[in-house]
Design a protein around this ligand. Structure first.
Ligand SMILES: Nc1ncnc2c1ncn2[C@@H]1O[C@H](COP(=O)(O)OP(=O)(O)OP(=O)(O)O)[C@@H](O)[C@H]1O
Length: 263
């Protein structure tokens, strides 16, 4: 199948089953420091993968590299079978940053209608796609409210809705549940799993809150620009003998697997 730009959907040599993200020796230098330092990992398609680590460990930088928005990236980084940043990936990836990027002086529905047009959703399908997306993020009751009048959590759901409009194959979400109440957090995680199960969407979701770890199918644990471990929550617990992912994380730090001082 050809896409809009006439490109093949997979890079030469990249099999259709290639991981959604494959990194080898991924390194990023910012302000003279290596903020990502030789990361090797893969994110399989159709998974909900959590990118966990303390504030400042490099999660946002990694996500920016994946979506092609980060300068000074070295090593290998393939996304959906193509080098990260390839123009052909643009409408196959949805990226939601920590700061909502929607228009405060438009209503929720007006924002979605505008972005549906920008994203090239056919005119005849737009209204239906907007309504379905409003329902997905649980914002139908606030559809006619100005974004300026919404709470922070509601605003971030409008940004999420914009990313969903394009039906991306890969969704990259930077701390989407920060500051949300537990009920809303649960409903968003349910939505993330539904997207993976029903549409085969791959989700890479960052959080600095370790208690969200068990909501993810797989985890990438980061610290200080390095990958401490990857696996399912159960695998990481088993490997470290820790009770919670937070304990597993601390054990990995103590073991010095991140290249820190070994005891
Ligand atoms: N523009 C910049 N120039 C130089 N260093 C930067 C720049 N932006 C970020 N950094 C540094 O890069 C490192 C990684 O930052 P990054 O934003 O990726 O971390 P993070 O894990 O997403 O943090 P948080 O959870 O607080 O969002 C930090 O040490 C930060 O100080």
């Amino acid at each position: 199948m050809m896409n809009k730009t006439g490109d093949r959907p997979h890079a030469p040599g990249a099999p259709p089953g290639a991981p959604a993200i494959a990194a080898r020796g991924l390194t990023v230098v910012r302000g003279g420091a290596r903020v990502l330092d030789g990361l090797d990992f893969a994110v399989e398609r159709g998974t909900v993968t959590g990118l966990l680590g303390p504030s400042g460990c490099g999660k946002t930088t990694l996500m920016r590299a994946v979506v092609g928005a980060q300068a000074r990236v070295t090593g290998t980084l393939d996304v959906l079978g193509r080098p990260a940043g390839s123009p052909a990936l643009r409408d196959r990836i949805g990226y939601v940053t920590q700061s909502p990027s929607v228009y405060a002086d438009l209503t929720v529905r007006q924002n979605l209608a505008y972005y549906a047009a920008v994203l090239g959703v056919p005119r005849a399908a737009r209204a239906e796609r907007v309504e379905a997306t409003l329902a997905d993020v649980d914002l139908a009751p606030r559809a006619d409210a100005l974004v300026a009048a919404l709470s922070g959590g509601q605003r971030s759901r409008v940004s999420l809705a914009v990313a969903l409009l394009g039906t991306p194959e890969l969704l990259v979400l930077d701390e989407p549940t920060v500051g949300l109440d537990p009920v809303l957090r649960r409903s968003l995680w349910d939505l993330f799993h539904r997207l993976a199960a029903d549409r085969g969407t791959t989700l890479l979701i960052s959080s600095h809150v370790m208690d969200e770890a068990d909501r993810c199918g797989r985890l990438l644990l980061m610290r200080a620009g390095r990958l401490l471990a990857e696996g399912t929550p159960a695998e990481l617990r088993e490997r470290t003998g820790g009770g919670s992912i937070e304990e597993a994380f601390l054990r990995l730090v103590d073991e010095g697997v991140d290249g820190g001082v070994r005891r």
